[in-house]
Design a protein around this ligand. Structure first.
Ligand SMILES: C[S@@+](CC[C@H](N)C(=O)[O-])C[C@H]1O[C@@H](n2cnc3c(N)ncnc32)[C@H](O)[C@@H]1O
Length: 270
């Protein structure tokens, strides 16, 4: 955002931004400006320097519009969609890839009206994706700088109203949380087992736990903790995908390295 665009919050020209004008500025949902493999996520009213010239995005920009840089290079305007979060968010803690986000949401049924407890926030891709599915998300990040970046990412994703990024270590904050106040608990941390022990207290009856881990050792601890507190339907699956190649010679799985990302453990509080 440039100084110019900031001054546009003063729509009535009185030198100050009124409460309504500030609210309007805060409500602006960023759009994607796309040309070939160049993509920029920019707020309406914002400005972006590119190697093809400067893009000035009008306040009333709409998906489907075309905007030219000051050098006459045309970019198409697109609405942000879920998989774009992975590419556009500023990265801190390793973000969850779109297919694993899909598995978490599909396996737990996260949807409109759900309250989700998520840890750790990291880049915030999973938290933002669940908010886009309609949930209210409370997410903990123990690294204060990561938490600040995640808050900015939530604004970029247009979900800062639905995601409460709290700075802190969840294992130290559990006792302060209201019992049975979450529908779903999502964990993407090495110490997830220590939180799973509290899942029956945190979750409503029928609520789900989803734990994502790149390593089998921590996954084993999670399964043991889930069994210990008698969560039901405890299942772990490796998340892996083989890309297919289609060319003139024939069709076969890609010879690129195996697409393992991690292990996903799902359990239910019943
Ligand atoms: C792999 S990243 C999470 C990525 C996130 N799921 C996403 O999609 O962007 C793990 C994050 O958890 C944080 N973390 C680890 N243990 C934590 C804890 N007990 N409480 C809060 N944050 C924690 C780390 O600092 C790190 O940023």
């Amino acid at each position: 955002m440039t100084d110019d665009s900031d001054s546009e919050t003063d729509a009535d020209g009185d030198g100050t931004a009124s409460a309504d004008e500030t609210a309007d500025a805060d409500d602006r949902v960023p759009v994607l400006l796309v040309k070939g493999d160049r993509e920029y996520l920019i707020q309406p009213g914002g400005e972006q320097g590119t190697d093809l010239g400067v893009l000035e995005v009008p306040e009333d920009v709409q998906p489907g519009d075309t905007i030219e840089t000051h050098l006459g290079e045309a970019f198409r305007v697109r609405r942000l969609r879920g998989p774009d979060l992975f590419h556009q968010f500023e990265r801190t803690g390793a973000p969850m890839v779109p297919r694993d986000v899909g598995l978490v949401i599909g396996e737990t049924g996260v949807s409109q009206g759900d309250r989700v407890l998520d840890t750790g926030t990291g880049t915030g891709v999973l938290a933002a994706s669940m908010a886009r599915a309609g949930a209210e998300v409370v997410t903990y990040e123990r690294d204060p700088e990561f938490a600040d970046v995640a808050r900015e990412n939530m604004k970029l994703g247009g979900v800062d109203d639905s995601v409460d990024v709290r700075t802190g270590d969840l294992t130290e904050e559990i006792d302060a949380l209201e019992p049975s106040s979450f529908d779903v608990l999502t964990l993407d941390t090495g110490d997830a087992a220590a939180v799973v022990e509290h899942a029956p207290d945190l979750l409503v009856d029928g609520g789900f736990v989803a734990v994502y881990s790149p390593f089998i050792e921590s996954t084993r601890e999670v399964v043991a903790a889930a069994r210990e507190v008698e969560l039901s339907n405890v299942r772990t699956r490796e998340t892996i995908q083989r890309e297919m190649q289609f060319d003139d010679r024939g069709s076969r799985p890609s010879t690129a390295p195996v697409g393992h990302t991690g292990y996903l453990t799902i359990a239910r509080n019943v």
